[in-house]
Design a binder for this molecule. Structure first.
Ligand SMILES: [Mg+2]
Length: 226
């Protein structure tokens, strides 16, 4: 029996092609609906890497809370060219960012997040609040550690989940300190093909049903009542 290149006994994956525009969506913790969403061009969609390019100037959707009203998604402009390196089944992504007319590599941003899921128009994930920044010289620092710990204290993040997020972060920090993987790669010198234009959100970005993380009930609890 001949299997297609990406076909297994139970899953057939249709990878996106380089240059294709997709929607990267954060699916909300509280009610599993579509939250912050970015347009991106696919750089690579292979078995062990998903690379997405979100250039400066891309119009995405960000939360905005008018006084006295519930938050809502509004158009916003992405300010810093970002290449999001995402790893199937892993609970983090590593972002390369550049800035200025010279397109200077700025830093690696390690974003702890849900392992991504495929949708017909792109990919769904959600942020886990904790981040690690690694500078070009590979000195690193925590980001938003206090916000993360507040979510653990308040019970929104369950203890086993919080431990798993910390362990995931520590595994990436080990890679930074050993200068291996992405941190020893040529990705900081990557450039988009010159004909690539700024992507726009694909139709249906807020209508295609979200694909929630299958471990969300293990990871998240409603905010504790006071
Ligand atoms: Mg984050």
């Amino acid at each position: 029996m001949r299997l297609g290149p990406r076909e297994t006994h139970h899953v057939r994956v249709h990878p996106f092609s380089p240059g294709q525009v997709v929607a990267l969506r954060y699916i909300t913790r509280a009610d599993a609906t579509v939250g912050m969403t970015w347009p991106a061009r696919v750089v690579e969609d292979s078995d062990d890497l998903l690379a997405l390019w979100i250039p400066a100037g891309a119009e995405y959707r960000a939360w905005h809370t008018p006084p006295g009203e519930p938050r809502r998604l509004v158009p916003a402009t992405w300010r810093r060219e970002t290449l999001r390196l995402m790893f199937p089944g892993r609970a983090h992504s590593i972002w390369c960012t550049w800035e200025g007319p010279e397109r200077t590599f700025r830093l690696f941003y390690v974003n702890l997040e849900e392992p991504f899921r495929r949708t017909p128009i792109g990919f769904d994930t959600n942020d886990h609040t904790l981040d690690v920044i690694a500078w070009p010289n590979l000195r690193w620092e925590w980001k938003d550690l206090e916000d993360f710990e507040a979510l653990v204290r308040s019970g929104v993040f369950t203890p086993p989940f919080a431990a798993a997020v910390r362990a995931e972060a520590e595994s990436v920090i080990a890679d930074i300190e050993a200068r291996r993987g992405v941190f020893a790669s040529a990705w900081p010198a990557w450039r988009p093909p010159p004909h690539w234009t700024i992507p726009a959100l694909p139709a249906g970005w807020n209508e295609v049903p979200p694909v929630p993380w299958e471990r969300r009930d293990w990871a998240y609890r409603p905010a504790a009542a006071h």
